[in-house]
Ligand binder design. Structure first.
Ligand code: TGC
Ligand code: FAD
Length: 403
């Protein structure tokens, strides 16, 4: 059982976040969606909001929260209950990610990686033995997982990866390195993508403690500071053959997981935007200059009105994507459009909200700079802003800019 790091400080400030639903989008949600959202919001306000600034300031991942995240059903909300998932639909998954990222993108990352990038591939591409071995432990937070696709020399272009396996009869010999891996230094298992001797990409579950496997931490991040990031280094690691995910081969394996996680980010980023908007709206009522609240000036109103307009558009995009996903009809390109639009929207809103807060906007009194810095990562990981644009470009023209 992980206990809270004693250097993390609990603030006595109250999380005053109010619910903003300009287009009555709640009416599109079911009772189950609303219950799931309220449970996550209550937990976040109670357990995470009071410590998140301290975690970010000290670059400490609140590892003790894995169990709590499991209890509120944040790991694999739309995976089958038989394997420890929530058995809910894709909109419930989205709304849970939104509530987590309303607090911090790093908190949402903890859940995205565990549910969509570790549990999902084991569920989708693994055999029954692998599912029963790993999924319940991941769902309960007993195991922490990570996902290794990116390499030092292959980020946007994972098909160029050089991490590789050689068949040694009863095991595979794994060599190579992965870079920028969320949770790697604290992970019990890593879902790793590597090329076999035919140059085909396969997925393997690498376990902590295997000889030749290490996961050093990457330090010095000014973004996603409450999330831990590291490398994965494989030096002649003997991976038993039963750890290979048997039901997928090729880049579509990891990209299929990314579709799941990018979908969650399309919802999650709205949470960060809502938190910035909420703070800016309240501040604009409280802060007076020239004898009146700054919210009374037309230029402040323009900012606030544009913020809620963009948030509302993003909410509708996410909701429609959710209904398509529930019918199994959300295409990777549609997911790319929503991830790209909603993350960029959130980053722009964080910048406008910072201006409304004036000098106070750069302090840790308000969540704005933390969200803004986090969103710089969110704009880049899971496919950069420009890569998603090129995916849309390919989809509408049929012409592939990557080849
Ligand atoms: P391409 O030839 O287009 O595709 C190869 C195969 O994959 C299929 N496919 C997909 N399948 C499912 N979902 C998707 N989103 C898919 N996109 C493509 C495709 O149909 C094809 O299948 P098949 O059967 O024909 O073999 O591949 P390409 O090499 O040209 O690459 C295309 C490109 C550039 C779009 C792709 O490489 C890409 O998306 N690059 C971005 C890399 C990326 O997003 N990396 C993310 C790393 S993980 C991460 O950031 C986690 S952050 C975690 C946290 O939240 O903390
Ligand atoms: P590059 O691919 O080198 O891109 C640099 C710039 O070039 C970008 O602006 C990009 O858009 C542009 N560019 C590249 N190709 C093209 C092109 N064809 N046309 C136009 N522009 C182009 N990865 C994992 O596998 N697992 C994780 O858990 C994970 N977690 C992460 C956590 C953090 C905090 C960060 C920062 C990253 C994480 N990543 C993870 C890696 C992330 O997915 C990559 O950073 C991302 O895919 C971009 O790769 P890169 O950083 O190598 O940038």
């Amino acid at each position: 059982m992980q206990v809270m790091d004693s250097t993390i400080v609990r603030s006595d400030k109250t999380d005053k976040y109010q619910h903003h639903d300009y287009y009555n989008i709640d009416e599109l949600l079911s009772e189950d969606h609303l219950l799931a959202r309220d449970a996550v919001r209550d937990w976040v306000k109670r357990e995470v909001s009071p410590i998140i600034e301290s975690c970010a300031e000290q670059a400490k991942c609140p590892v003790h929260l894995f169990k709590g995240l499991a209890e509120i059903g944040a790991f694999g909300p739309s995976l089958p209950a038989k394997y420890g998932g929530g058995g809910m639909d894709e909109i419930a998954y989205g709304i849970i990610m939104q509530e987590l990222e309303r607090c911090d993108s790093g908190l949402r990352s903890m859940a995205s990686v565990q549910g969509s990038l570790v549990m999902y591939p084991i569920y989708k591409y693994g055999n029954e033995e692998q599912r029963m071995k790993y999924l319940p432990k991941l769902a309960s937070g007993e195991y922490i997982g990570c996902f290794g696709l990116t390499e030092p020399d292959h980020g946007s272009n994972p098909s160029g990866m050089t991490t590789n396996v050689v068949d040694k009869g009863d095991y595979y010999l794994l060599n190579g390195a992965k870079m920028w891996i969320t949770n790697s230094p604290i992970a019990d298992i890593a879902v790793v993508w590597a090329k076999n001797e035919e140059g085909k990409i396969i997925g393997l579950v690498v376990e902590k403690g295997m000889e030749g496997f290490s996961a050093p931490e990457i330090h010095g991040k000014w973004s996603l500071r409450a999330s831990i990031t590291g490398e994965l280094v494989f030096e002649d690691v003997k991976v038993p053959k039963e750890n290979v995910l048997p039901n997928v081969m090729g880049l579509k394996g990891p990209l299929g997981c990314l579709s799941k996680a990018r979908y969650g980010i399309a919802w999650g980023a709205i949470g960060a935007a809502l938190d910035c908007y909420d703070s800016a709206l309240r501040y604009s009522m409280e802060r007076e200059q020239f004898g009146k609240p700054i919210g009374q000036f037309q230029l402040t109103q323009k900012k606030l009105a544009e913020m809620i307009t963009e948030i509302t558009k993003a909410q509708l995009l996410a909701w429609r994507l959710g209904t398509l996903a529930n019918d199994g009809k959300a295409s990777p390109a549609q997911i790319s459009m929503a991830k790209r639009n909603n993350v960029h929207m959130a980053l722009e809103i964080a910048r406008e909200a910072r201006q409304i807060h004036g000098g106070m906007g750069i302090t840790n009194e308000y969540p704005i700079m933390r969200h803004m810095m986090n969103l710089e990562t969110v704009l880049t990981y899971e496919g950069t802003h420009d890569i998603h644009l090129l995916i849309t470009g390919y989809d509408v023209t049929g012409l592939n800019a990557f080849k």
